[in-house]
Design a protein around this ligand. Structure first.
Ligand code: FAQ
Length: 315
């Protein structure tokens, strides 16, 4: 007779999907809840840096595009919260973890967006990194997560292209516009490399997540792939990637690069990045301001549930 564990292992080995009603080890469930909820929180907090520019976008067309993009991120958060809920955690619990500062979300969203060029750099670099990281997650062993990622990745591809196009337009503009684009690339390049997580030898979750086929590539492998994608695109844009040591190493067939400032990464994760407090505060306020919407929706649902009885009573 096969045990639950053996059946689970066989599904993973056969590249089959684990679905919500299947038996799964507690640690697998816990890892998925951790990663999917952090991912959902990232999408929701990630609306803030760009939301900052909606009222100041340089044209109606740019404003419409930016609004659509920020709304897409909200949608991604919702798909991901729903995927996490299939594992037994409630939306309320996840929200509570986020607004009380107990949950992690991506370090990248704790950096400020002082200029319009930041919208270009976020699209190109942040969405670009997100795609690199998330395309392999479409094959994650947990069905609801993998399926959510398919649609998310399609939308992220459009986001990346719109960011690239903002930077291209600026790079074809005046010297001041070119300088603004380069400055934004300089500020977002290193934080975008940090999105892939700590180096492999300091990544406590990677080995197990890869064995469970949640992650398909290690943090460093994906970081390498991302840099390889950026180099030719930077040439087309005419921007310089701010790493004088960046070069292709024929022998190792890897990109040599300067050391990432992991102290900065740790500071941001510890809540001491440039915008951590502001992002948390805004999220908390938005949640409190939305209380009446939740109450109204719950009341509406209660009345809808009573409706058949009322109709019957009236008949
Ligand atoms: N920031 O052992 P590992 C987006 C944490 S969405 C903060 O390597 P793991 C779309 C990690 O959670 C961006 N924390 O962990 C968008 C773990 O913490 P824990 C979000 C980080 O899970 C664009 C600890 O460090 N994407 O950009 C970071 O195997 C534009 C040890 O690390 C995802 O969430 C970090 N950068 O690998 C939205 C993708 N890196 O819980 C708006 C899904 C690591 O043990 C605008 N997630 N940590 O205390 C993943 O692929 C993985 O979770 C990794 C980390 C690769 C992020």
């Amino acid at each position: 007779m096969t045990t639950d564990q053996e059946a689970f292992d066989a599904l993973i080995a056969a590249e089959q999907r684990i679905e919500p009603r299947d038996w799964m080890p507690d640690a697998y469930r816990k890892t998925l809840i951790r990663q999917i909820s952090q991912h959902a929180h990232s999408e929701i907090i990630g609306m803030q840096p760009e939301g900052n520019w909606i009222t100041r976008a340089p044209s109606l067309k740019r404003k419409a595009i930016l609004m659509a993009k920020v709304q897409d991120e909200a949608g991604h958060g919702l798909y991901l919260y729903s995927a996490a809920q299939t594992l037994g955690i409630t939306r309320d619990e996840m929200t509570e973890q986020l607004i009380t500062g107990r949950a992690k979300y991506s370090s990248i969203f704790n950096y400020p967006t002082p200029t319009w060029a930041d919208m270009g750099a976020i699209g190109w670099l942040v969405d670009g990194a997100a795609i690199c990281n998330q395309v392999p997650l479409c094959r994650a062993s947990y069905g609801p997560y993998g399926r959510a990622m398919v649609r998310i990745c399609k939308e992220e591809s459009f986001h990346q292209r719109q960011g690239f196009e903002i930077l291209l337009t600026l790079m074809q503009g005046s010297p001041a516009q070119r300088e603004m684009a380069q400055d934004a690339v300089n500020r977002w390049y290193w934080p975008s490399l940090m999105m892939f997580g700590p180096p492999d030898d300091e990544s406590p979750n990677s080995a197990q997540s890869m064995a469970w086929k949640i992650k398909r590539f290690s943090n460093d492998e994906l970081r390498q792939r991302f840099v390889g994608m950026l180099v030719p695109q930077a040439e087309v844009l005419g921007v310089t990637l701010p790493d004088p040591d960046l070069r292709w190493n024929e022998e190792t067939e890897r990109w040599d690069m300067s050391e990432i400032d992991w102290d900065e990464f740790k500071e941001v994760l510890a809540g001491r990045g440039p915008c951590n407090a502001e992002r948390q505060r805004n999220r908390r306020t938005a949640h409190e301001d939305g209380a009446w919407v939740r109450e109204a929706a719950a009341e509406y649902a209660r009345k809808q549930a009573l409706l058949p009885e009322l109709v019957e009573g009236a008949a």
